[in-house]
Ligand binder design. Structure first.
Ligand code: ADP
Ligand code: MG
Length: 622
């Protein structure tokens, strides 16, 4: 037996390895299984080139737990190592790259996926590591290498019949969890689910049926428990996959979810960077939050992380699926990642693909696209708000819905209402409702004028979205249906004339001012059509937006006054005749108050004691 010392440049790195990334000790398994996969793939390549002769057999990798011996073994049938190779790769290459890695990152805690520690990550959980290996090359003896977590190692020849490597971890006392079946199975599920070589972890029961009909019998047999799917959908050619295949793969990725995805995009590019993957559009409904952290990042089928927000633009994290790219640097810290030019290009590429896919769906089957809009809208709007390039494409198919339930791309809708809804500044006025039920009265008034109303009922995203459209398109303004009286919603020069003279107008205004109890209400007498309501409550668009913005920035509701306007229709009979000509002062203000409260009621603003009093008085008058 030989003994030796691994060339140590700095002091002992093993204690550092042990402390390193405290919470992430589990990645040792991914590292060792990845090495086994590499060794298997190298053998396949040698065999393809005719260098490794004969049948190489099926190259499955086995994970074995021996509780009595307290060992965890990762066994492969790959290329193995000769004695020289063990010295070179384990003592020198692997050791110095682990050392280099630790030097560089020992103060970083957020290295994406923590790739780079490699073979020596075994010492995070093992008190000693034993490697038994036999090279694929004829005429080389098998060797055993051991190391106890210090720079000393032993090396000796052993008997080993089969080609390949056993990495045997003698699990440390503080890491005994890694001898539990469930723990290991969980880790294999997480990191190795789509590795390209079959990975076996014990056996499982399988029920087989024999015979037909009455004669049929059931039998349970033991079969290999293969935990991975070595050929996941994203590595195949789109032409070889059916819709059913994509849906099945979605279920494989998210066994928990019962909603089928709306549609998907297969990513497949090898120049100027290598990237494969499948992105799914989930049913989002109204929620922006629930579904994050669903995209999984892989590197050559090895799971890296399910937090990809440094790699794709924020709005794309609403999608589900898989991105696989060996060109994403995985052992740099997250903040460097965003600045990486490859990552930027990849992110741009994915954004473009997503935008193009939506365009394709819209152009191919508009009715179908419209039917999916309630699930897509929030995503598209969010994307338009956060990414200019995405906006440029999506403006062609971002839809608005009118009250009749018809959908139009924004620019098409603008053309449609332009003839009737252009104001004196030549802007097209898009009237919207946030709550069709609550704003029913004003909506009906708009209809009577022949105006159209669109539904914008997701304030979190719709408010900034409308602002963006006003800013980008320039030729339109949005006004909420209750922000002014109907004939003022669209500012025109021609207005009905006020039948009251100045003196009468002042008198009416004073009567109403005295009955408006809420200090936030401001009275104004206006010349509306006699058919409109005698009193209308409005909330000016501008004021309301300021308030909404404030609320969204968490500044509370009290900064900006919550004002509303009490618009008195000076041309309404009840105002111009009854109130004006009523000689009994009490009667006059009673009537004014009643009309004002009626308007409040319409807005859902009549509450508490005032509502009770209103009801009582109404009943008395019956
Ligand atoms: P990396 O995988 O990035 O090369 P590692 O530290 O994980 O770094 O492994 C170092 C080297 O040890 C590998 O490059 C390989 O040559 C050798 N090695 C590790 N595990 C095996 C194995 N199971 N079979 C054959 N060679 C191995
Ligand atoms: Mg490795």
């Amino acid at each position: 037996m030989q003994k030796g010392n691994i060339a140590v440049q700095t002091e002992n790195i093993f204690p550092i390895i042990k402390r390193f990334l405290y919470s992430d000790h589990e990645i040792f398994l991914r590292e060792l299984v990845s090495n086994a996969v590499d060794a298997s793939n190298k053998l396949k390549a040698l065999s393809r080139r005719g260098e490794a002769k004969g049948e190489i057999g099926d190259l499955k990798i086995e994970i074995l737990i021996d509780k009595d011996a307290k060992t965890l073994t990762i066994r492969d049938q790959g290329i193995g190592m000769t004695e020289e190779e063990v010295k070179k790769y384990l003592n020198q290459v692997a050791f110095s790259s682990a050392q280099e890695f630790l030097e560089k990152y020992k103060d970083e805690t957020n290295i994406i996926g923590n790739f780079g520690l490699g073979f020596y990550s075994a010492f995070m959980v093992a008190s000693s590591v034993e490697v038994q290996t036999k090279s694929w090359q004829e005429g080389n003896a098998a060797v055993r290498w051991t190391c106890e977590g210090n720079p000393e190692y032993t090396l000796e020849n052993i008997e080993k019949d089969s080609r390949g490597t056993d990495v045997i971890l003698h699990i440390a006392e503080d890491s005994l969890e890694f001898l539990e079946n469930e723990r290991i199975e969980g880790l294999l599920e997480k990191y190795c689910k789509f590795l390209p070589v079959a990975i076996q972890f014990g056996t499982k029961d399988e029920t087989i049926f024999e015979g037909e009909g009455e004669e049929q019998t059931e039998r349970t047999i033991q079969v290999d428990n293969i935990i991975n799917n070595p050929e996941p959908a994203w590595r195949k050619q789109p032409a070889d996959l059916t819709d059913e295949d994509y849906r099945n793969f979605y279920r494989e990725l998210y066994p928990q979810s019962y909603d089928a995805p709306l549609f998907w995009i297969h990513l497949n590019i090898d120049y100027p960077f290598n990237l494969t993957g499948v992105l799914y559009f989930p049913k989002l409904g109204n929620s922006l939050e629930l579904q994050r952290n669903k995209i999984q990042l892989y590197s050559n089928q090895v799971f890296v992380t399910d937090s990809v927000k440094e790699i794709v633009p924020e709005f794309l994290t609403l999608l589900h699926g898989v991105i696989d790219s060996p060109d994403i640097p995985l052992n740099v810290s997250r903040s460097y990642l965003q600045a990486d030019s490859n990552v930027k290009r990849i992110s741009g590429f994915i954004t473009k693909k997503v935008a193009d896919k939506l365009a394709e769906l819209f152009n191919k089957d508009r009715a179908d696209f419209e039917s999916k809009w309630s699930d897509l809208g929030i995503f598209v709007k969010y994307g338009m708000l956060s990414d200019d390039k995405f906006y440029e494409k999506a403006i062609k198919y971002a839809l608005v819905k009118n009250l009749a339930g018809e959908f139009y791309p924004i620019e098409e809708y603008v053309e449609k209402v332009k003839p009737t809804q252009t104001d004196k500044h030549d802007k097209v006025v898009l009237i919207y409702t946030t709550q069709p039920e609550a704003q029913h009265t004003q909506i009906e008034a708009c209809k009577a004028y022949g105006y159209e109303v669109v539904v914008m009922d997701q304030p979190m995203i719709d408010s900034p979205f409308m602002q963006q459209l006003e800013y980008k398109l320039g030729n339109l303004v949005f006004v909420r249906v209750d922000s002014d009286t109907v004939n003022n919603l669209i500012q025109k020069d021609e207005k009905p004339e006020l039948v009251l003279n100045e003196e009468e107008k002042t008198k009416v205004k004073d009567v109403f001012t005295s009955v408006v109890s809420d200090p936030a209400g401001r009275v104004e007498v206006q010349p509306l059509s006699p058919q409109e309501a005698p009193v209308i409550i409005t909330r000016p668009e501008f004021m309301r937006r300021m308030k909404e913005m404030q609320a969204m920035q968490g500044m509370g509701m009290d900064g900006f006054p919550d004002s509303f306007q009490v618009i008195v229709n000076g041309n309404h009979e009840l105002v111009a005749k009854k109130i004006l000509h009523e000689s009994d002062e009490a009667q006059r203000s009673n009537l004014a108050k009643y009309l004002y409260q009626l308007a409040l009621l319409n807005q859902g603003m009549l509450k508490g004691a005032e509502l009770a009093e209103f009801t009582k008085r109404s009943l008395e008058n019956l």
